[in-house]
Design a protein. Structure first.
Length: 205
């Protein structure tokens, strides 16, 4: 689970192991404190080569392979808006979609605390979906189709580790930086304390 379900604050916790109140990074606009130490720096001191790759693959083919390494691969694919790769577009066009009871806005919003009600006064709500005009069912299908590219990428990375003969001596962690509501509580976003926001997948191999 994450304690700050927003991109930069959550990743700052992943990189430092610190809570938001300890590192003072609570939104996506404040610069990180230069005195903070990221975990790859400890690995560098121990003789590791480290790399951070975001949004595209820059090749790690030039490595000599004489040192242990750590690669942090950060995918951009499932950041809203969800735009599936052409090869995946329409894959789930006919997939069934189940509407949840919590997708219906509350009948009397006045009974809810303002902090809970405020997200409904934004584009992070089922009615607007980051200003998208498509249905929530189509929104979810596009999310699932977009995620297929991440699956392929993870497969390519594991394939490369296998080719280099280091797959079975490598620790692979697959995780998200925050959860995401796709209609639950009539919202389409994170940054709340709902389970959909704070729970993340994490697989270790």
């Amino acid at each position: 689970m994450v304690t700050t379900a927003l991109c930069s604050p959550s990743r700052a916790s992943i990189f430092t192991g610190l809570y938001a109140h300890q590192r003072r990074m609570v939104d996506n606009t404040h610069a990180i404190d230069p005195s903070l130490v990221f975990f790859p720096e400890y690995l560098q001191r121990a003789g590791y080569e480290t790399a951070f790759v975001v949004k595209w693959h820059m090749g790690l083919e030039g490595r000599k392979g004489d040192k242990p390494f750590m690669l942090f691969l950060s995918h951009r694919a499932v950041q809203s808006d969800f735009i599936p790769a052409a090869r995946h577009k329409g894959r789930y066009a006919n997939a069934p979609f189940t509407y949840l009871a919590t997708m219906t806005p509350p009948v009397d919003p006045g009974t809810r605390p303002m902090r809970v009600q405020n997200p409904r006064n934004s584009c992070h709500v089922i009615d607007f979906k980051y200003n998208s005009k498509i249905s929530i069912a189509e929104y979810y299908r596009r999310y699932a189709e977009t995620l297929l590219a991440v699956d392929e990428s993870a497969g390519r990375v594991m394939g490369r580790l296998g080719t280099r003969g280091v797959l079975h001596s490598s620790l692979i962690l697959y995780m998200g930086d925050n959860g995401f509501a796709i209609g639950e509580h009539s919202l389409t976003d994170k940054r709340t304390a709902y389970e959909e926001s704070i729970r993340i997948p994490m697989l270790a191999r």
